[in-house]
Design a protein around this ligand. Structure first.
Ligand code: PBG
Length: 307
């Protein structure tokens, strides 16, 4: 009766990886897969049946090059997946990841000039990628590359292409985290040289996260995200207190999922209880939606009459 935080399947957004040629299980993430387009459609149907609010789509292209050309193909794996899901008439919010790292041969989130990631040369590519996703049926685009001014560049492009109704969920405070390891294996987006510390955030900083969020809100982000979730619950709480009116999303990332699964497989923790406790903690910290690989199993747990 006096419970302050209640978890519901509608709080969840389920990440789905899509590929034409490399479907299969993801190393380090039991029960997570790289799906074909048909498989992604079935996963989306399952997410809808479980009561999740949305899915977040990541594309793995057929081939990669220095500028991530495949990311800008209107018949690429993500546009085709969006059309397949839209045509199936699912009542799910379709969110797409907008970043070049799984499309570039070097694995960086943008184009490289003189050995360095060029922020400004990357912006038009992200804007174009977002427009193509919107053209293909995305409801929300989620730029994850932490490029400065990516939100305003994408907003301008979407508005000029008559996509005023497509929203932007910005990965505003994304830390340079060790917890992305399994994801990089899943999406094949590990940097081939250097790291992402010039643009992703230092785990030591919380005030800087608030500054990043403020800039994204100013640029027109409809929703903001903090990522990862568990090691940054304090940042989630501060953002919620500072902007009570802005939808706040947290990404319970791949390494967080793997850690819990690994412990559960050894029977070190009670898996179902741990999943619900972790997700509840993220909601309690102040996130209103959670992107989580646990979405389907957590929704099923919550949908059981005994819970
Ligand atoms: C791409 C991107 C990453 C994740 C989401 N989008 C990886 C990275 O920045 O290296 C990580 C998600 C996860 O670990 O679950 N920029």
């Amino acid at each position: 009766m006096v419970r302050e935080t209640r978890l519901s399947p509608a709080d969840f957004i389920y990440p789905i990886f899509v590929t034409r040629e490399q479907a299969g299980p993801i190393k380090g993430m039991p029960n997570q897969f790289r799906y074909t387009i048909d498989g992604a459609l079935r996963a989306a149907q399952e997410a809808e049946e479980a009561g999740a609010s949305g899915i977040l789509l990541f594309g793995i292209p057929e081939s990669k090059d220095a500028t991530g050309t495949h990311a800008l193909s209107p018949s690429g794996v993500i546009p085709d997946t969006l059309r397949a899901i839209k045509n199936a008439g699912l009542d799910l919010v379709l969110i797409t990841d907008v970043c070049l790292c799984s499309y570039t041969s070097h694995g960086h989130c943008g184009v490289i000039h003189d050995g360095k990631l060029s922020n400004d040369a990357t912006l038009p590519l992200l804007a174009e990628m977002a427009r193509i996703h919107a053209d293909s049926g995305a409801d929300i685009v989620a730029p994850s590359g932490m490029m400065d001014h990516q939100v305003s560049a994408i907003r301008e492009m979407l508005d000029s292409a008559a996509h005023q109704d497509v929203s932007i969920l910005s990965y505003s405070a994304k830390y340079a985290s060790a917890f992305y390891g399994p994801f990089r294996d899943a999406a094949g987006g590990a940097p081939q040289f250097g790291d992402r510390k010039t643009h992703q955030m230092d785990p030591c900083n919380a005030r800087e996260a608030l500054r990043e969020i403020a800039m994204d809100i100013e640029e027109g982000a409809d929703m903001v995200m903090i990522k990862p979730a568990l090691a940054y619950l304090d940042v989630i709480r501060q953002a919620r207190d500072r902007w009570p009116e802005v939808p706040l999303v947290a990404y319970n990332v791949s390494g967080e999922y793997s850690m819990l699964k690994a412990a559960a497989m050894q029977n070190y923790v009670d898996e179902s209880a741990a999943i619900l406790e972790v997700l509840t903690s993220i909601r309690r910290a102040g996130a209103q939606s959670i992107i989580t690989y646990h979405a389907l199993e957590a929704a099923r747990l919550l949908n059981q009459p005994t819970q």
